[in-house]
Design a protein around this ligand. Structure first.
Ligand code: SF4
Ligand code: SF4
Length: 331
């Protein structure tokens, strides 16, 4: 356990300032995410080091398609989340307090040693919501940088500005889940802080990719899709956008999977609106998983089940081999 960062004391209670919920937590109680507990008037990160998921994944699985393509990352999670999404695909770990799961107690040094042992170039804080285990992510991230490793975060974007500014994160995949109504009814959260996080992350020079999971009947109409496209465009046309396929899960078992045509239509619209890199996700083998040159449409990176093949792309100059267009890729 470690004392939490980003909180203030309020006459025995404490107020957590890590995410926009700003939970006021009485003595002996935890915040909404189950990760932060008021013990004798101090806030503690009770999930610190309690790693419930640990794996080496292709970076494409995050998804991050333009950041060290083809690399593997040491991925980890600690239980809990600051959202309550009805469709959560990782609900077993995201909707359970960190100490109620089977976990492996790890120090940041052990995490970094494991990454070095497996010779991966970086780490990914993922599966649940990494913001809620901020202190462990922060300590691992700082140490990772000392060893020349990169840090990536797969997040719902519900984090306050100061913690985000302090975190040495190199790339983020941020979910934009839908409109205000979707956030309130499906996630028990608010939309605007997520949009603020996306803007700040870009301003900080973090590589950002956006994911929008299209859930039939909930966020699949044209207005919802146009809203996402317009916002991503405002972040910069080079920002990759992933429209991913919903599969029934958790409390939305009665909702069918997203028809593939809906994802294709959204992708086509986003490209017509000027976004350079738009993907279809969770549809293995779909051509919408590939990267094409935004200028001449040449196939640059072919993807299949998280495997990749570099085709007409020169990774050194980051240019299309057919027309010479500069491609937005970090490696
Ligand atoms: S991080 Fe957790 S405790 Fe802190 S404000 Fe958010 S939900 Fe509440
Ligand atoms: S934000 Fe992500 S991890 Fe948290 S409940 Fe929603 S889908 Fe699950």
């Amino acid at each position: 356990m470690r004392e939490a960062m980003f909180y203030k004391k309020l006459n025995g209670k404490v107020q957590c300032l890590l995410c926009p919920r700003h939970c006021i937590i009485p003595e002996g109680k935890r915040g909404f995410c189950w990760n932060r507990e008021n013990i004798n008037g101090k806030l503690y990160a009770v999930g610190y080091g309690k790693v419930c998921s640990l794996a080496i994944d292709p970076i494409e699985k995050k998804p991050l398609y333009h950041f060290y393509p083809g690399s593997s990352v040491l991925s980890l999670a600690i239980g809990g989340c600051n959202f309550r999404c009805l469709h959560c695909q990782n609900w077993e770990v995201s909707q359970t307090p960190p100490d109620k799961l089977v976990y492996r107690e790890m120090s940041p040094e052990e995490v970094i040693n494991l990454a070095l042992y497996h010779k991966v170039p970086g780490l990914s804080y993922t599966y649940t919501e990494p913001t809620v285990y901020y202190e462990f992510m922060y300590d691992c991230s700082v140490l990772a940088k000392k060893y020349g490793l990169f840090n990536t975060m797969v997040t719902n974007g519900y984090i306050e500005k100061e913690p985000l500014k302090a975190l040495p994160v190199d790339a983020m995949n941020i979910d934009i889940k839908g409109n205000e109504k979707f956030y309130r009814e499906v996630c028990k959260a608010e939309l605007s802080p997520v949009l603020e996080t996306c803007k700040l992350a870009k301003k900080l020079g973090i590589w950002v990719e956006i994911t929008n999971l299209i859930v039939p009947r909930y966020n699949d109409n044209l207005d919802d899709i146009l809203f996402i496209i317009d916002f991503v465009k405002s972040l910069g046309r080079e920002t990759p956008l992933h429209f991913t396929r919903f599969h029934p899960d958790y409390k939305l078992l009665d909702v069918p999977p997203t028809p593939i045509e809906v994802l294709e239509k959204a992708r086509k619209l986003a490209i017509e609106e000027g976004l350079k890199y738009v993907y279809v996700g969770n549809v293995p083998g779909h051509e919408g998983e590939n990267t094409y040159c935004p200028n001449c449409k040449a196939l640059l990176i072919e993807r299949s089940l998280f495997g990749i093949k570099i085709v007409d792309l020169d990774l050194e100059s980051k240019r299309c081999l057919v027309c010479g267009e500069k491609i937005d890729i970090i490696c």
